[in-house]
Design a protein around this ligand. Structure first.
Ligand code: SF4
Length: 336
């Protein structure tokens, strides 16, 4: 849920990272397979139906060699892999992949539903930097999720997304309140759910009371975010306005303010981030999925031509947080 933020009505002319280290971090977002332990009603089948095999360790090794050869010779100081599924902990070689990437001095974030036993996390998290946990109430117990949060926090930076499924609203609410009360070194978001992740981005129906509760939880979580030392691969952005003002702002706030049309702008997609889909196809950002003109190649290709200059944004809306959190500069006669 977007936090209130007043942005100057003047046109924006650039969006930059608040921290220089984030501008110098290449984010590799990788959907490594689509097998999941859950099949939530709001999740498109293509995100959990198990139609694609997990990417194996030899492919990770060879692909990373190409990524490092390209990006470590430029302004990138750190390569950060965001490994996702399906449910990434179903990947049988995840421990070996994490150990390999750590040896290569990469950052590693894992995106998971948290539904694994404590011993698993104690084994794998020493080789990771960040764990992003999503609580899906229809398929999980609160007890297991809380145990995962408790084991993760001392080992890695930990972020929690609570899925506020209207069918299980009270359970999600109670879990959010419990976590806020018992842990203070993690971050949390309580976003309203889309009707169908990956298919329909309109929001589910919530009562006014449910919206009030979500706003309250999100506000309480924002206090934790503000006092925490930020770490990791992305963070706040700075909006440069044509009247000379600079405003620190989050991707979610920009989206909530309907200020994410960058059509015609220069965008750091492909320079600061690449996105890899289940079939191994590589694009400069999530927004370019299926766009042959912008396809970089496939993780199995022996030669890859990575972008060496900014993309010119062809879209009316930039909707994904990772996509928004890249350097963008307005060109003459572009929108915004
Ligand atoms: S939609 Fe794509 S190209 Fe346009 S600003 Fe967002 S990430 Fe960049």
């Amino acid at each position: 849920m977007p936090e209130h933020h007043a942005l100057s009505p003047a046109p924006m002319i650039a969006l930059t990272h608040e921290k220089q280290e984030h501008a110098e971090t290449l984010l590799v977002n990788w959907l490594m397979g689509d097998t999941c332990t859950l099949a939530c009603r709001y999740c498109a089948p293509s995100l959990h139906e198990g139609a694609h095999a997990w990417v194996d360790l030899p492919t990770v090794r060879s692909f990373h060699g190409r990524v490092a050869a390209q990006y470590r010779s430029g302004h990138t100081r750190r390569i950060y892999y965001c490994l996702n599924g399906g449910e990434i902990t179903c990947h049988p070689q995840l421990p070996e992949i994490a150990a390999f990437l750590k040896k290569e001095e990469c950052g590693i974030a894992l995106l998971s539903n948290g539904n694994r036993e404590q011993g698993y996390w104690e084994t794998i998290l020493p080789d990771a930097d960040h764990l992003c946990l999503s609580y899906h109430p229809s398929g999980m117990t609160e007890k297991r999720f809380i145990e995962t949060v408790a084991v993760a926090i001392p080992l890695v930076t930990t972020h929690v997304n609570i899925m506020m499924d209207p069918d299980h609203f009270e359970r999600s609410r109670a879990l959010g309140e419990y976590l806020l009360e018992h842990f203070d070194t993690f971050t949390m978001n309580v976003p309203p759910l889309m009707r169908r992740l990956g298919l329909d981005s309109s929001l589910m129906d919530y009562t006014d009371e449910q919206r009030r509760i979500m706003t309250g939880l999100e506000t309480a979580a924002a206090h934790i975010r503000q006092r925490r030392i930020p770490a990791g691969y992305r963070g706040a952005m700075v909006a440069h306005m044509s009247d000379g003002t600079l405003e620190t702002i989050s991707a979610g706030q920009l989206f909530g303010l309907n200020r994410t049309c960058f059509r015609g702008w220069e965008c750091g997609a492909g320079l600061e981030m690449i996105s890899i889909f289940y079939d191994g196809d590589i694009y400069p950002a999530w927004c370019f999925e299926g766009n042959k003109m912008n396809r970089i190649g496939n993780v199995h290709d022996s030669v890859l031509r990575f972008p060496d200059r900014p993309q010119i944004c062809p879209f009316d809306i930039c909707w994904d947080n990772s996509d928004i959190m890249m350097t963008k500069r307005r060109r003459i006669s572009a929108t915004q």
